[in-house]
Structure formats: structure tokens, C-alpha cells
Design a protein around this ligand. Sequence first.
Ligand code: EPS
Length: 368
Amino acid sequence: MSLALATAGESHGPALVAIVTGLPAGLLLDRDAIDRDLRRRQEGYGRSPRQQIETDEVEVLAGVRHGRTLGTPVALVVRNRDHANWSWGMSPWPPEGEARGKGARPVTLPRPGHADLAGTLKYGLADVRDALERASARQTAAHVAAGAVTKALLREIGVEVEGTVAELGGASGDAVRDAIDAARSDRDTLGGVVEVRARGVPPGLGSYATKDDRLDARLGAALLGIQAVKAVEIGDGFTLARMRGSEAHDEILRDPERGVFRETNRAGGLEGGISNGEDVVVRAAMKPLPTLMRPLRSVDLETGEPADALVERSDVAAVEALAVVAEAAVAWELARAAREKFGGDALGDFVAAHAAYVERVDWQPRTP
Ligand code: EPS
């Protein structure tokens, strides 16, 4: 039994769609909790005016009855309110009447750092919009909705996942707002680093059996699959490379009260591609957003002449949003690994398998 996710949707199309398969029957979903995560993703200092147009809310079209999953595919939809301004330009069918609203004129000025140029070449497109619409980070709303569903599943076995901003534009804490204000007045953008911590993860999720089973590889792929993420670190990651083995590893201790435990967690809760019972800790680095109000040099794909890149409304920074999106991605991947390990068609089977297993390995959740 494994979870699978299919998504669809363009940034200014009618809606974003997520279809989740592999959930057990009987999981109680809380619409407000899903909408809360969608709202958290929209918040943050330095977001684009687009966020004043959107009020993301989940609609459930299938797989849930009276708030409980049926064990069948769950279909989630998040509507794009901005589509009203793009109804001609982003019409799925040949639009009728005079060209009007946004997206009516083709884009031919690819932005360095966005998918514009590579996407246009790959798919043989005349309008860069045909590439940028799906490449857009707007898509992350669908992943947050799916992630919120898996957070509910993980909570049933005592796992809590939380994403936070570690640094933004090289600043941290209160200095973050000043960094964003400075970048905005320079008409520039910023990236940053987020950290996701999962508490209550039992030992034994993932496996060293194959590369595809390794939980660290899977978390890495889940995070690198988020728009603008350029690097991922598991535990102390790059710092470990500069340490000696005698100081890099987390010694194994045991006492009768706590069972087996560690005093340090430099491995980020993962050894040999398997969770080891400590908190899972991963970090993701986001590059500065590529839509710039002071555009970089580019080439007009229609004329072949040098030109400035496309200038469009955009965020100054979306690192706070990334913290929520990365949290959803980690929750998704941990839930997928938990479904593989504990199975069960009914939620009670899944929870009972987890309980029997943690008893066998004599593992207790860490107290924070
Ligand atoms: C994005 C460009 C901006 C962001 C968008 C991601 O969109 P727009 O061109 O409509 O202003 O606002 O992010 C979202 C809409 C969102 O909900 O996160 C991009 O090019 O990736």
C-alpha cells in the first residue's frame, strides 16, 4: 500500500487539482486545518499582490464522505480567483470574441532563472506563457492541500511536521523584514533557507535495500521538486563533510526509561536511508526569484535580438511560503513511507500496525 499524488493546473488557469490515492478509509479530515495551511502558504512578508487576489480554499470532489476518507481516490481542487482576469488569455478552449484581459499577447522574453527558455525549447512553443504557467510556484498550493491531508494521517501515529524559515536573504530573525524592504526598494528579489523538523517519526521508515527506497533520497527529491529549491541538506549535511568521524556521528545510548536514544542528532534522524527514531531534520535552500523589476539581459525569441527579460508582477521573497510547502512535501514523503511500512485498508489497521511495531522495537517518541 503506497500513497500516490497526481496534480494538474496552470498558474492563471481555472484551478489547481490534486488526486491522492492510497489513503486508508476512516481518516477524519478537518477542512479548516487544510485551509489554514493554504492560508499560511499565502502569507509572509514580501509576497506579490497576487496574494490579495487569491483566497485559497480546498474543495473536495471525491473520496470523502461526511469528513472521513472512503479509502478511494481523494480529489482536491483549489480555484484560481485570478483566472477571472485571464479568462480569454488562459481559456482551455479557443477563446471567443476580441482578445481581452491578461495573457492575450504572447510572451517572447525569457527570464534567466525561470523555466521560460528551456521549457520553450523543449516543447517547441511560440509563447513562453505555455511554459511558465505550469512551471509557476502557484502549483505549490495543490501540494500544500495534499500535504495537509497526509499531516492528518501522520498525526494518527503521533508524527508532527513543522517548517520554519532559517534565513532569508542572508538575514535571520527581526532583520528579515529589513532585508526584504531593502530588496524591494532596489526592485530586486531574495532567496533563503527553510528547515523542516518531523517529531515522533519511528525508526524504520525507508530502507537501504535500493536507492529508490532510501528515505533521505526521497526527502531530497521531494524538496528539490519544489520550484526554486537548489539545494537540500539532511541533518548537519555539508558541515559533516568538514568533521572527523569521531565527532560527526551520534553515539548510541540506552537507559531503562527511554530505551535506545542519542544525545546528538547530526544525522538528521536518518542513517542508511532509514529513520533512526530521532527527529527527522532537513533544510532546503531557495534561490532568489527570477522575475525581476529591473530585468536581466535576455534574447527576444521572436526577433533573435538582445532584449531585457519579461517584467511581471511577482514576489520579492517567497521563503516563508517555502517553509509551508517544504513542510507539506516532507509530510507527504513520511506518510508515503509510513503507508508502505504499516499498510492497512482501514485507518485502525494502520494505527494498530504502528503500535505493534513500536512495541516490538521498544521505541518511545522523544519528548521535545
Ligand atoms: C510565480 C509568479 C507570481 C507569484 C506566483 C509564482 O505569480 P503572478 O505572475 O500571478 O503574480 O505570485 O505564486 C503564486 C501565485 C502563489 O500562489 O504562490 C512564478 O512565476 O512562479
